[in-house]
Unconditional design. Sequence first.
Length: 134
Amino acid sequence: TMLKHFRFFFILVFTLVQITQISGQVQPQTAKDFFDKGLQLMKERKFDEALEAFRQSARLDASQPATRANIGTVLSVLERRAEAVEAFREAVRLAPQSADFRAGLCKTLAYAGQLTEAFAECRKAVELEENSLL
């Protein structure tokens, strides 16, 4: 009857409100959502969680070099240098004219002990930066 329907509706709404309150926020859905979540997690120094958020962003949109650079940064913080180098290489492949991504690759290569290649990437980063100032 009407009372049964009202009770069912009330229980349904009450349950949905509780679920919303428990979750606290809307879960990320897009590459940008995951990217933004990764940035927030980095600020909170939750690097493993940030890495997963950035990787999810990259899975949803593989064309964003900033995502790859942030993966490289987090991996570097986690001292996973070989993986960090590969992430920065991918960022540079996607945006070869970015002085920032080349500088990130330079620093990561240096930390990984690959000094000759690090020097070459640093030089390219400086050249790109100088050209952007002209």
